[in-house]
Design a protein around this ligand. Structure first.
Ligand SMILES: Cc1cc2nc3c(=O)[nH]c(=O)nc-3n(C[C@H](O)[C@H](O)[C@H](O)COP(=O)(O)OP(=O)(O)OC[C@H]3O[C@@H](n4cnc5c(N)ncnc54)[C@H](O)[C@@H]3O)c2cc1C
Length: 456
């Protein structure tokens, strides 16, 4: 039976207003995006801006996808992007005032209190990190940073799985299940985070053919010695970390099946990085140029960090093509069938890892009939990824929906390549939260608040 309560798992005495005014912004998943939004919301509200508070619904735990045992990593893999690209990056607060306005500086200063270096300072490990040459943190260390910031920002999290999302009264109602019971959570807008479950090129059997989660489970248990020759399907960052673990960490022979000519490295020049931190000029580029940029720098590419490690081993080869099927080879091995250039061929492997990444359209399976129809109307057709990608507005939401549906993971093409990942979480938060602000009135209130605070 459905139980319409909001946040009754939270500390007593804390009540949320759940009507259209004062309702929180809902985020599916308590990962970097939810935490960055909570931090920015807290800082802006303290500065007098009337932005919504943030409420995450998380089926596991804060920053779960960055920890071992949760399917995406063993926790020891290193972060690909610089840790200084943290929750507030790029600390450009011009959304909230002019550059010479003291309020803008104050917001940036308060945001810096949630930075990667503030975390290290808080833990007493800042000087050691500098002395060690500022190494990339492991995913486990990154998760600890995210958890520290979430706690400091007071991110409210409902521990439950989102099962259903429907538009109600101009906002959203999520039906969530915590393992024992079902309840509802209401909010003024909805943001979907996370990579989504893997779409999968082949069916995993859990032993000889595994998906990403199955692979990291096998590694945690101890990858069997029989898995000498491993085929990895996919050439993006999810595959990159798996190939590194196999070839460098575990000394296995790896063949990567990639849909492109080779294993490309991510373009990380200062010119390419600029669009990730600051998408100025992005919308003026032709769609063809934007797609080319994303292909060169983000899709089906390994980070420079992974490439540097792979250059140290001779264990990795690649084959262009798409895996179209797997079958028993009769020798205890798996026959991997590959299509390329109109022809098919196969090779043998001891283990096949399907690392083709998540499906960013996974959230459509949660939508109730009203929400689904509203999305179809906004897209002007069926729920195709290409349509969604072209319809994302400056607040990273689908243009034309009766209640905001923010989809940063699908915002690269329309708004900038940094929004799906960790490259510009501060700007992502500004774009999303600014959508809830009646601009002139809120600006006046914020200044009055700040000036009042300065006089005290
Ligand atoms: C191995 C790996 C390494 C990566 N390294 C980098 C990197 O170095 N730099 C970079 O920019 N990007 C990297 N990425 C991409 C990365 O996924 C994103 O940048 C980042 O995690 C996005 O944060 P997020 O908040 O959207 O989601 P996540 O951190 O993925 O959080 C999503 C959360 O949603 C929860 N969840 C999912 N479904 C439900 C549901 N139905 N109900 C409730 N909760 C749910 C999950 O448990 C999870 O905690 C990496 C990805 C992978 C897989």
């Amino acid at each position: 039976m459905s139980n319409s309560t909001t946040l009754d798992r939270h500390p007593a005495g804390e009540a949320w207003e759940t009507g259209p005014a004062g309702a929180p912004l809902l985020v599916i998943g308590a990962g970097p995006k939810a935490i960055a939004l909570a931090v920015k919301s807290r800082v802006l509200r303290a500065a007098g801006f009337d932005v919504p508070e943030v409420l995450a619904v998380e089926r596991d735990s804060t920053a779960a996808n960055w920890r071992e045992g949760r399917g995406w990593t063993n926790g020891l893999q290193r972060l690909g992007t610089l840790p200084e690209k943290d929750l507030g990056f790029p600390y450009d607060c011009s959304t909230w005032g002019d550059a010479d306005d003291p309020l803008t500086g104050e917001i940036a200063r308060r945001m810096a209190g949630f930075s990667w270096s503030s975390h290290l300072l808080d833990r007493g490990s800042y000087a050691r990190w500098i002395d060690r040459g500022r190494p990339q943190p492991s995913h486990r260390e990154w998760a600890a940073y995210l958890e520290w910031a979430a706690e400091r920002a007071g991110l409210r999290t409902v521990i439950a799985e989102v099962r259903h999302a429907e538009i109600t009264d101009g906002g959203w109602t999520l039906t969530v299940h915590d393992g024992e019971r079902t309840s509802e959570v209401h909010g003024c807008g909805l943001l979907v985070s996370g990579p989504g479950p893997t779409a999968g090129a082949v069916d995993p059997d859990g032993t000889r053919v595994v998906d990403t989660a199955g692979f990291w489970r096998l590694v945690t248990e101890g990858l069997p010695a029989r898995a000498r020759q491993v085929t990895v399907i996919g050439a993006g960052e999810t595959a990159g970390t798996i190939v590194r673990e196999l070839a460098v960490g575990l000394d296995r022979q790896v063949t990567v099946v990639t849909p492109r000519a080779t294993l490309y490295s991510r373009g990380e020049s200062a010119f390419e990085n600029r669009y990730y931190s600051d998408p100025t000029g992005w919308t003026g580029l032709t769609e063809a140029d934007r797609l080319e940029f994303i292909r060169r720098t983000d899709r089906a590419v390994f980070s420079q960090d992974v490439q540097d490690d792979l250059a140290l081993t001779r264990n990795v080869t690649w084959e262009p093509g798409r895996v179209v099927g797997t079958g028993e080879a009769g020798t205890g091995q798996v026959e991997v069938e590959i299509a390329y250039g109109g022809r098919r061929h196969s090779h043998l492997a001891d283990l096949v890892v399907d690392a083709t990444g998540g499906d960013p359209m996974w959230f459509t399976r949660l939508l109730g009939p009203r929400a689904e129809q509203a999305l179809r109307d906004a897209l002007g057709g069926d729920l195709a990824r290409e349509r969604v990608e072209r319809t994302i507005d400056t607040s990273l939401a689908v243009d034309g929906m009766p209640a905001p549906l923010h989809l940063p993971n699908l915002a690269a093409l329309a708004q900038g390549p940094g929004f799906p990942n960790l490259s510009s979480l501060g700007r992502l938060s500004d774009r999303v939260l600014a959508a809830y602000l009646p601009a002139p009135a809120a600006e006046d209130r914020a200044h009055a608040h700040y000036e009042g605070a300065a006089q005290r």
